[in-house]
Design a protein around this ligand. Structure first.
Ligand code: ATP
Ligand code: MG
Length: 335
């Protein structure tokens, strides 16, 4: 397994060829001062990689400051990034340095750069060109020695074509592009990520590390992970909160992940009903039945007799339904 580890919370795990290429590239570019643009879908690890670049560089003993530009309004972004002087606006009761100043000597990571409004893009460009910031309501020009890494979910080049992102800023940010592939395109990383997070979250709860059953790993491998590593991490955290088994079994896996596993269509079941003009009663009833059976099996830890009692049906009927719906792995009760 290739992984780059620094502090506990900045361990980057990955053994796929694509992630190994990213790790190699990070080593090559770490010590340059050029701007880096990290692109990738939500939850692919953009911030983590930005942090890895920082920690691999000679700036590592200086601050790494991460800011998400998505949640901030325009005035807030400006004061957040460049700081403000007392009285600059209502509520500015004292002088406050911005994130650029706080990152002095180190690295700033501006995530969700695609959400920065055009007017703010001009100001950002000026800072990148002149390497000085001016606090809101201030007149002093404060020199900043900061490496800039930005993160974007959207294709910035396409946004420039639409006139939503300044081309000159794009070129300044995109000096070194790093793309993080979605998890579904690097499934080899799933087992190592599962091991890593399951260990981490059981340990955090002060419990012994557990392994996961083969069936659980298969369910994780099959699920498309639209929320990428973050979604997988959350699923592992939930498992650590609820699972009391020696080995993590299917019954301990969040229903959303299992749900997909048993859907016949390549889409999650919930999405297959997106078109309200074409609802199949038969399919809906099957989904409901599948769901109830899975719920009962989960509640009874895979014990079919107990599950049948909960559903007020005979054990043999439950067996038949399980077969009919193709819930093969749950049937054994071993997973
Ligand atoms: N390769 C990896 N190894 C270990 N943990 C990872 C990896 N990739 C992502 N994570 C974890 O997944 C979570 C999401 O990662 P991060 O915040 O870096 O994603 P992001 O791409 O910035 O997401 P967003 O687009 O939503 O801002 C974090 O908790 C991070 O630690
Ligand atoms: Mg992020």
């Amino acid at each position: 397994m290739a992984s780059a580890s620094f502090t506990m919370d900045s361990v980057v795990v990955g053994r796929s060829a694509r992630m190994r290429a990213v790790f190699d590239f990070v080593r090559v570019i770490a010590d340059s001062d050029s701007s880096v643009l990290v692109t990738g879908e939500t939850g692919t690890g953009k911030e983590l990689i930005a942090n890895l670049i920082h920690l691999s560089s000679s700036r590592r003993s200086k601050p790494f400051v991460a800011v998400s530009c998505a949640i901030l309004s325009e005035t807030l972004i400006e004061s957040e990034l460049f700081g403000h002087e007392r009285g600059a606006f209502t509520g500015a009761i004292k002088d406050r340095p911005g994130r650029f100043e706080l990152a002095q000597g180190g690295t700033i990571f501006l995530d969700d750069i695609d959400d920065v409004p055009l007017s703010m893009q001009v100001k950002l460009l000026r800072v990148l060109q002149n390497r000085v910031v001016e606090r809101l309501g201030g007149t002093r020009q404060i020199p900043v020695d900061v490496r800039v890494i930005t993160g974007s979910k959207r294709d910035l080049r396409a946004l420039t074509a639409e006139g939503k992102f300044r081309e000159d800023l794009f070129y300044r940010l995109n000096v070194i592009p790093v793309n993080l592939p979605p998890l579904r395109e690097r499934r080899e990383d799933i087992p190592v990520l599962v091991d890593h997070f399951v260990k981490r979250y059981f340990r955090q709860r002060g419990e012994q590390a557990r392994s996961v059953s083969t069936a659980v790993m298969q369910a994780f491998m099959r699920y498309p992970w639209p929320g990428n590593v973050r979604e997988l991490e959350n699923a592992c955290e939930r498992i650590a909160q609820t699972c009391t088994c020696e080995t993590v079994r299917l019954g301990c896996v969040p229903i959303s992940v299992l749900f997909y596993k048993y859907a016949e269509s390549p889409q999650p079941i919930a999405e297959s009903h997106a078109n309200p003009s074409a609802v199949s009663l038969e399919e809906r009833l099957q989904d409901l039945e599948t769901n109830l059976i899975r719920w009962a099996l989960r509640m009874s830890n895979g014990n079919k007799s107990k599950a049948a009692d909960m559903l007020k049906i005979k054990r043999s009927t439950l067996g038949d339904r399980i077969k009919k719906l193709g819930l093969v792995e749950l049937e054994t009760g071993e997973n």
